[in-house]
Design a protein around this ligand. Structure first.
Ligand SMILES: [Zn+2]
Length: 411
């Protein structure tokens, strides 16, 4: 067989199968066609030299905001993809039933990178979010309409992976737990998982967690006080253990204000590693503190999570959470989505959502990605410094024309 693309000489790590060895990987017609110790150069139209690199499944960012231009918080997924090793962005409820079609037509269908989405229980999606405007989409319950949500999920079933709800003082005002119950009813009717965001109470995590079913997702799982998953002593709150036993998925969702190193240390030390590492990247955290999924993964690596588990939490686990076994792994016949990563040694300072820092001697960088069989290099990989401080920079408004590549669409 003649291959379209051959990735040669890399350390192939596929958490789903447990493979961690030097392997060549070949792709034909957008699917993985061969994984072998040695595949000759002559058999491929294009060869990527991955010597010294990690060849992993394309990263899946389970919590991102990429409704660029249609919502104030959206970032351009195509601009972020190769740089962050991300081949699938899952938008976490930027759009609701009322504006999902625009998201689909103007962003999802025109993006080079793969985009899937949770549909927000709020009809308007996340419509009032900036550094100066904060009107939570669940603060008026008239917007939380399960019938509309189910109809949108069915109409866009090829790209919708679940229902999203944001409850809490910021996102839900005085609505309390009601948005969560409405979203659960919609998720049940649509036969989809729920991703539940928590922020400052009410509702507290102890009201939200017992409602979540096996396969539902708690995002912002390592958030700081108040509503942190650990007591001040560092002991894990019992409802977190019960939820883990029941099969609720713990997702990082770093974002602007939702990741605390001390909380993460406490959770990891008690054996409660996150199931999924996601960035919650949006316009107000893409310049820090979250940056992208790769920076978030580097933070968990620095906190002591083993490399293979860090990769699993950004490939196999999110693929399972969205029930897409054709993504998030490297096996014959699955979608040809690959991340070519490097462990860059140096001196790096990471900063969390409460301003605490953590020094690390290595971080993950992306040399490029393969989306549906097409190689997409990170042009900047060799310019990355060996000393860097990952803290939030003052946000400068990005007024830029999104890079658009017509004629590509991957679901
Ligand atoms: Zn979010």
């Amino acid at each position: 067989m003649q291959f379209d693309l051959l990735i040669k000489g890399g350390r192939l790590i596929d958490p789903a199968s447990g493979l961690d060895a030097q392997r060549d990987l070949a792709i034909v017609d957008g699917r993985i066609a061969a994984i072998d110790a040695e595949i000759p150069f002559e058999r491929a139209a294009r060869v990527i030299d991955a010597t010294g690199s990690i060849v992993a499944p394309g990263l899946i960012d389970l919590h991102s905001h990429v409704y660029w231009g249609g919502t104030s918080l959206g970032v351009d997924a195509d601009r972020l993809a190769a740089k962050s090793g991300t081949t699938t962005f899952i938008d976490a409820g930027s759009a609701g039933a009322g504006n999902f079609l625009g998201f689909r037509r103007h962003v999802i269908e025109r993006s080079k990178v793969r985009i899937l989405a949770y549909v927000n229980i709020s009809f308007a999606g996340i419509f009032g979010f900036s550094q100066t405007v904060a009107v939570g989409e669940c603060s008026d319950l008239r917007l939380c309409e399960p019938r509309e949500t189910v109809a949108a999920a069915r109409e866009h079933a090829d790209v919708v992976v679940g229902v999203k709800v944001r409850s809490g003082r910021h996102a839900g005002g005085t609505s309390g737990i009601a948005p969560v119950d409405l979203a659960l009813e919609a998720a049940d009717k649509a036969g989809l998982p729920l991703m539940a965001h928590i922020d400052e109470p009410p509702p507290g995590r102890s009201e939200v967690l017992p409602r979540l079913r096996k396969g539902d997702i708690l995002t912002h799982c390592f958030r700081p006080f108040p509503n942190a998953p650990v007591f001040a002593s560092g002991a894990v709150r019992p409802d977190m253990r019960l939820a883990r036993e029941r099969g609720v998925i713990f997702d990082i969702g770093h974002g602007m204000g939702s990741f605390d190193f001390e909380v993460a240390k406490a959770m990891l030390s008690e054996g409660l590693a996150p199931d999924v590492i996601s960035s919650d990247v949006h316009l107000y955290c893409v310049d820090g503190p979250a940056f992208d999924i790769l920076v978030c993964m580097s933070k968990l690596l620095a906190l002591g999570m083993p490399l293979v588990e860090v990769l699993r939490a950004a490939t196999q686990r999110p693929a399972e959470a969205i029930a897409r076994p054709d993504l998030g792994r490297l096996a014959i016949g699955v979608v040809g989505d690959v991340a070519v990563l490097r462990l860059r040694p140096g001196h790096f300072t990471f900063v969390d959502s409460v301003g605490a820092s953590l020094v690390a001697e290595q971080r993950l960088v992306s040399a490029g990605i393969v989306v549906g069989g097409t190689w997409w290099p990170n042009e900047a990989v060799d310019d990355l410094g060996e000393t860097e401080r990952f803290e939030a920079h003052a946000h400068d408004t990005h007024v830029e024309v999104a890079s658009r590549h017509f004629g590509h669409s991957h679901y």
